[in-house]
Design a protein around this ligand. Structure first.
Ligand code: SAM
Length: 263
């Protein structure tokens, strides 16, 4: 079965990358974003609005607003970062980057100049409406300055970042194959090393896993690579309740680069 899926994935993946077919100019029609939540969540939404600039968190569908509020809420609660003059951030495995505005809103607060990149190996995968992830991501990142969606294998990115976010890395073969990727790209340990070395000294990486099983595998991978981390445990945001529990941990690259701290 594995052999069959892999063969199919190799063929489909090759075609997608060669053809890069997609309908162009994907768009969503903005919806009314007021009164989406009950009293408690409304309070949290208002607190986030007070803390962050919500310039880019409007003109969206209700679904996309919730996805981005989820992202902002999670980063705000569980990812402590240091303000810098300039911040370079990478999101690994961005899919269609439907959560880019939440990330942008979060990191923008902690710097004067933000450079945000998202890398996705399977950017030309098509949705039922014949728009690719690439085309959809282009829409989601519209009007965000210095933001790039890179259709590429992360292993081929050779740059250093202050912060890396990594939501749902594949740590097990089965989800990787069912997602449609060829097995040769399943390299959880190598990718982890590469991510660690892509951090600047003092930089931090926020890793989120789906289910306690994957979280435990993630920790074993980090231990095997002798990469130190801090467990955050289960992460919760009621803005977007996922079916499966999510868990997070934070990796800090050893040493402190205090030359660029915001005065
Ligand atoms: C489980 S999905 C998570 C997507 C997204 N981060 C989210 O939270 O919705 C993992 C993503 O990582 C991408 N991916 C896997 N290996 C990759 C690689 N070597 N370079 C870039 N992206 C990769 C997959 O194509 C997939 O879109």
């Amino acid at each position: 079965m594995k052999f069959f899926y892999n063969l199919k994935n190799i063929f489909d993946f090759f075609l997608r990358r060669k053809l890069k077919f997609s309908l162009q100019n994907y768009e969503e029609i903005p919806e009314d974003l007021s009164n989406l939540f009950g009293a408690e969540l409304k309070q949290r939404e208002n607190d986030l609005k007070k803390k962050y600039t919500f310039e880019y968190m409007s003109d969206m569908t209700q679904l996309n607003y919730k996805e981005n509020l989820y992202m902002l809420d999670i980063l705000d609660k569980y990812f402590d970062i240091v303000p810098y003059e300039n911040i370079k951030v990478l999101d690994i495995g961005s899919k269609n980057w439907n959560y880019v505005r939440g990330q942008y809103t979060f990191f923008q607060k902690y710097c004067k100049a933000l450079e945000l990149k998202g890398v996705e190996i399977d950017a030309y995968r098509l949705y039922w409406n014949l728009f690719s992830r690439y085309e959809v991501a282009k829409f989601y990142k519209r009007d965000l300055k210095n933001t790039r969606y890179i259709p590429k294998d992360f292993m081929r990115i050779d740059e250093k970042f202050d912060y890396i976010t990594w939501f749902l890395p594949f740590v097990r073969e089965y989800p990787h194959i069912r997602w449609g990727l060829p097995l040769k790209y399943f390299k959880p340990e190598e990718m982890l090393w590469h991510a660690y070395f892509s951090l600047k000294t003092g930089g931090k990486m926020f890793i989120v896993n789906q289910s306690e099983i994957e979280y435990n595998i993630q920790k074993r991978l980090l231990d095997a690579c002798a990469i130190p981390y801090k467990e955050k445990g289960e992460i919760i945001s009621d803005f977007f309740p996922f079916k499966y529990k999510r868990f997070a941990l934070v990796v800090t690259k050893k040493g402190i680069d205090d030359t660029k701290l915001l005065k």
